[in-house]
Write a protein of this length. Sequence first.
Length: 176
Amino acid sequence: MSRKFAPSQILFHWTIFILIVLTYAAMELKGFVPKGSNARDWMKVAHYTMGVSVMILMIIRIVLKVTHKDPDIVPNPPRWQTIISKSVHGILYLMFISLPLLGVLSLYYGNIEWSFFSYPMPVAGEENILMQHDLKEIHELIANTGYFIVGLHAAAALFHHYIMRDNTLTRMTPGK
């Protein structure tokens, strides 16, 4: 059995990571650009488009997870670490599918027009400000929690690499 994830899994992992960084950056940096400017509008659409792209790629990644066996961690970690790892990964998958979905629904109910790679996205026939507000609040709460969860994920990978000295991190690195 291979000691690394399949190349497709590694590609999707790092592509999704880059898109998540860019998605967060587009939203965080938007505040430095004047309201009503083309640059600010571009950052919003980039945020929406990259977010939906993350959701699509996460769904594909889950299919790959189901169809490919994870390589063993050598040496085997304690059972409690495996349970925590699987829990955090489940939270990450759920988070990066639900975040874009909540964002798109918020735009839909807010009658906010936007395009996904030039394809116009639907908007509600009638604006529902309360629904849009609630969805956006939940979206932002999960997004802010995402900083902690992603940081925990990265810290765990480094802990395994430098402290536990196992192959947890190297299983997901590109190359041989």
